[in-house]
Design a protein around this ligand. Structure first.
Ligand code: ZN
Length: 138
């Protein structure tokens, strides 16, 4: 089964169907954690819950997740644009996640935070209150 990230406000599909990575062994096999590098391979997302979340929190004491999922930026659909708040699109070499949610749905709702600056992993963290996951059939 795959899941699609959806906009809570207008029910638009925000991502392609994605396979969930939800165990530490899958995370270690499939994900990379390096600056300017996508965390998960395309068509996959890392579910930041359970043992995956525990492993990340153990590795970085004091760290807390902004979202319960980390997506590959390539997996966003054309329904997802950039915020009109240009001050949130600042960064050193690219867009930083440090200024608040910076990606919007076609309806105008802020649905995610893109990290892509030179000192960050490349990913999108959905805004939990603005999005939900829909299961694909089967
Ligand atoms: Zn929307």
């Amino acid at each position: 089964m795959e899941q699609i990230l959806m906009c809570k406000t207008c029910d638009a599909e925000l991502s392609y169907p994605l396979t969930t990575i939800d165990t530490v062994s899958e995370m270690e096999r499939l994900c990379s954690f390096a600056d300017e590098t996508p965390v998960s391979p395309a068509r996959h997302f890392l579910l930041m819950e359970g043992e995956v979340l525990a492993a990340r929190m153990k590795r970085i004491p004091g760290w807390e997740p902004r979202s319960n999922a980390w997506l590959n930026l390539e997996d966003l659909r054309e329904t997802v644009g950039f915020t009109p708040h240009t001050e949130r699109l600042m960064g050193c070499c690219s867009i930083s996640s440090g200024y608040g949610p910076n990606r919007v749905c076609q309806c105008g709702e802020h649905v995610g935070t893109q990290s892509s600056d030179c000192y960050e992993y490349r990913m999108l963290e959905p805004v939990p209150t603005a999005t939900y996951w829909k299961n694909t059939k089967e």
